[in-house]
Design a protein. Structure first.
Length: 372
């Protein structure tokens, strides 16, 4: 919904960013941003670091001072993401007194959908999305999933220099979040939450068979090559379906970048404001994500993990596939949704409520511990 709002605003000349939409939940707050961004250039600029929910000029990891206008705001946001919302670190809510939750993108590379977690997690929990490099069409793509995870951890530490950390990932993002947790554990950092949403380990296909890969592509193929197919599916068709477009719109036809833009402009929706260059960049990201997954060899993580499975994948199957790679406490919970619905606000709301309950229970246990 927020993406559609952004597209409509741009049609009438209001050039807001996705971060503006995510951080300003009310019409009044968003109207304030509009007034500031349309203020004549010769007037004194408004200090947007004091606007509701915005901490774009704060030093990463800096604690609030007496001048902080948001009482109890412990975690300060980093520099604002790119104007198109495609920067690696996407602040969905940059303020709050609790440790942040970092949410890793699915195969398409965008983390915008995780805005659906901000409400159920409560106003005191900062939420950041981690998005793929290369969405702007200029950056080099990571050569491996380990390289990708290490890059994301650099961004995580720019917000939160020390643990314990809280990580979440849906689908492909679950595989990356797992690797991030492994790397943090290797460095002696505590990972208090690893939430995996309907993902299967690298080297296992969507049916739970080992030796396959749901995103199978030629591992020697160049990441710069024009996108073709992933797991026998046309990349552009996969992209459209991922963002909810009806496959009947292109049934039996060969998809091209101009045709994809024609469909998304006519239908509106999440990709309604994307041009051919941005569609092409996203297709490259999807292809590369499939490639690095095929090359990845996951290692075990010993911290606590909570896993959510969709209707397509049973908890028993998920437990069997992941158990060798998750040697610490593991809880597997079924969700009443499909794999694609797992990334929607309704399912994310349920995930968020479960996490809040787990955190509250752990805090209560810590509070009940007494020393002799």
């Amino acid at each position: 919904m927020s993406i559609q709002v952004l597209s409509r605003l741009r049609r009438v000349g209001l050039l807001l960013t996705p971060q503006d939409i995510f951080e300003h939940k009310t019409v009044r707050a968003l109207a304030r941003v509009v007034r500031e961004t349309t203020r004549p250039k010769n007037l004194e600029p408004v200090d947007r670091t004091t606007a509701e929910g915005v901490r774009g000029a704060a030093v990463p990891g800096q604690r609030p001072t007496n001048d902080d206008h948001s009482a109890g705001s412990r975690w300060q946001g980093v520099q604002r993401t790119s104007e198109t919302g495609t920067g690696v670190l996407l602040p969905l809510r940059a303020t709050g007194g609790e440790p942040p939750l970092f949410c890793v993108h699915a195969a398409a590379g965008l983390a915008w959908g995780y805005a659906g977690l901000t409400s159920p997690l409560g106003a005191d929990r900062p939420v950041y999305g981690l998005q793929a490099r290369g969405l702007d069409g200029t950056e080099a793509l990571p050569a491996s999933l380990r390289e990708m995870a290490a890059d994301y951890l650099d961004h995580v530490r720019s917000v939160q220099p020390e643990g314990p950390y809280h990580l979440l990932g849906w689908s492909f993002g679950g595989v990356v979040a797992h690797e991030m947790a492994v790397q943090l554990e290797e460095r002696g950092e505590a990972v208090e939450t690893l939430a995996i949403l309907d993902a299967h380990p690298a080297g296992v296909d969507a049916d739970g068979e080992r030796g396959g890969d749901a995103g199978a592509v030629d591992p020697e193929a160049s990441a710069e090559a024009a996108p073709g197919s992933v797991a026998g599916r046309d990349v552009l068709g996969l992209l459209l379906e991922f963002f909810g477009y009806d496959p009947s719109l292109w049934a039996g036809a060969s998809l091209t970048y101009p045709r994809v833009v024609e469909i998304t402009r006519a239908q509106g929706g999440p990709l309604g404001s994307f041009d051919e260059q941005r569609i092409a960049a996203m297709a490259r990201v999807v292809t590369n994500n499939a490639r690095v997954t095929g090359l990845h060899r996951p290692r075990p993580f010993g911290g606590p993990t909570v896993m959510f499975t969709s209707r397509e994948h049973s908890p028993e199957t998920a437990l069997g596939l992941w158990r060798p790679l998750l040697t610490g406490p593991l809880e597997v919970l079924p969700a009443d949704c499909t794999h694609m619905e797992m990334g929607h606000s309704a399912a994310l709301g349920g995930v968020g409520r479960v996490l809040v309950e787990r955190w509250a229970s752990k805090a209560a246990q810590k509070g009940s511990v007494t020393t002799p």
